[in-house]
Design a protein. Structure first.
Length: 132
């Protein structure tokens, strides 16, 4: 077994992760619920978004992606607004990151408005909520 095969057999990203992101105009903070099946990733991220000069809002994005070695790619496919004081139009995010340790991921994000950001994920729990 080579190093790449050994990594695939031991690396399991399934679980609940804390999510923090700083981007061009603000910050986001919440939780990511991620499932790994082989190289396929799926999940949802629920977070409060605070854009400079605006009221914060809470949103969730549903995502799909993949892992290759230690590199992950995630792309939001849909979103729901959980709470907002006003009507919002939201651009879906894409994330590219690297697994630094089994419980820590960091990388960059972007959306269609070119709002680039930096995110960190820290594993809180190796299991998912029942209602995932």
């Amino acid at each position: 077994m080579n190093d790449e095969q050994a990594l695939k057999s031991t690396l399991d990203l399934t679980g609940t992760w804390s999510y923090e992101e700083e981007y061009t105009n603000g910050k986001a903070k919440g939780e990511l619920y991620l499932r790994q099946e082989g190289e396929k990733l799926s999940g949802r991220v629920v977070f409060t978004d605070q854009i400079q000069g605006e009221e914060p809002y809470m949103i969730q994005e549903f995502m799909e992606g993949s892992i290759s070695g230690r590199k992950i790619k995630l792309e939001a496919k849909a979103y729901d607004v959980i709470h907002s004081e006003s009507e919002i139009c939201y651009d879906l995010d894409r994330w590219i990151g690297v697994v630094l340790r089994d419980h820590y991921i960091t990388g960059m994000s972007t959306d269609k408005q070119q709002a680039d950001g930096y995110f960190t994920l820290k594993k809180l729990n190796p299991t998912l909520p029942e209602r995932f």
